[in-house]
Design a protein around this ligand. Structure first.
Ligand code: PEP
Ligand code: MN
Length: 338
């Protein structure tokens, strides 16, 4: 429930009301604005009836939050949230490009990739140290060794890092090495993991599960914010449909829908979304046109030799082409590449 206070309501009076809301077992929220203070009460709203908020002398208006998700909804916070990865803000009028290999393979591999990424307006380098692979016989990642490589590359290049956390017990360790934790499609509804990253002070890139609805994605984000971490970035990475020509079906509907329903930034992953290198550039342009806040894209100096997802990785020349052909689309969408 959203409670809009009268202009004359003081901070102390607002706090008193919040204590009453909390005493009823609801989560109280305090949102002071320039002209009005807005309060939130999250939980079973029926217990608030005895407070008679509609006729309360401090209250101007009471509005229910209609969606199942609350903290991440635009109904509660109408203004776009910006989430910082290192010094770079995701969201607002910039268009964020996060790029790098699927997996961290060696120090030399990641440094070579960082060397060409730094020639472009790239916000952060990605690379998995813990890889959730469909087959147990596929490369599983270098583990903590991969995290050390990410940190060394970051210190050398100045690029902040994004890497996937696959288990709640790794979250704290990973937060010491990287600048943003990715939760992958296979873990979007691993609720213990969502709560674990919700207790940390680090940005989280939450990917949509391959069979998850948009509402399930938003409720997964709600878990993280509700646990105490508001720094969530959503990512559309394609869903499973009856189509088999592409690895997934990149759901750009979801991007337009999410931008209306949530204040959180929304990225697109055209690499996993298509699974086909040649489709990455056109779908990146489409992502910019539809209003995404940026992309996360896979790139490698030698895709043929990549230990995972080589078929969808761009080589340095293709990455150059992506960046130059993306610019006019980003500008047409009223944003700039940062
Ligand atoms: C990845 O980013 O390499 C990855 C495994 O992504 P997803 O969880 O979207 O499949
Ligand atoms: Mn991958």
């Amino acid at each position: 429930m959203i409670i809009i206070l009268k202009p004359h309501a003081s901070k102390e009076e607002a706090q008193q009301l919040l204590r009453q809301i909390e005493a009823k077992g609801l989560k109280p929220l305090y949102m002071p604005g320039v002209e009005r203070t807005v309060l939130g009460a999250l939980g079973d709203e029926r217990v608030l009836q005895s407070l008679h908020l509609e006729s309360h002398p401090l209250v101007d208006e009471v509005k229910p939050i209609l969606s199942a998700y609350k903290l991440v909804s635009r109904e509660l916070y109408p203004i776009d949230t910006r989430v910082k990865i290192g010094r770079h803000a995701v969201g607002g009028d910039g268009f964020t490009v996060i790029a790098g290999p699927c997996a961290v393979e060696s120090q030399a591999q990641l440094d070579r990739i960082a060397d060409y990424l730094t020639a472009h307006p790239v916000a952060a380098i990605r690379g998995g140290a813990f890889k959730p692979r469909t087959s147990p016989y596929s490369f599983q990642g270098l583990g903590e060794e991969g995290l050390k490589i990410l940190k060394t590359t970051s210190e050398r290049s100045g690029l902040p890092t994004v890497s996937e956390v696959v288990d709640a017990s790794d979250a704290e360790l990973m937060a010491r090495y990287v600048d943003c934790l990715q939760i992958g499609a296979r873990n979007m509804q691993n609720f213990r993991l969502l709560e674990a990253v919700g207790k940390l002070d680090i940005p989280v890139l939450l990917k949509r599960g391959m069979c998850a609805t948009i509402e399930e994605l938003l409720l997964a984000a709600e878990y993280i914010v509700n646990a105490g971490n508001p720094k969530v970035i959503l990512c559309e990475r394609g869903i499973r449909t009856y189509e088999t020509a592409t690895r997934n079906t990149l759901d750009l509907n979801a991007v337009a829908y999410l931008k209306r329903k949530t204040h959180l930034p929304v990225l697109v992953d055209p690499s996993h979304g298509t699974g086909i290198r040649e489709l990455v550039i056109p779908l990146t342009r489409a992502a910019a046109a539809v209003g995404a806040d940026g992309i996360i894209v896979e790139t490698h100096t030698n895709p043929a030799e990549a230990l995972s997802d080589g078929h969808q990785n761009l080589d340095p020349q293709q990455f150059d082409d992506l960046m130059s052909s993306l610019k006019p689309f980003v500008e047409a969408a009223g944003r700039s590449l940062k």
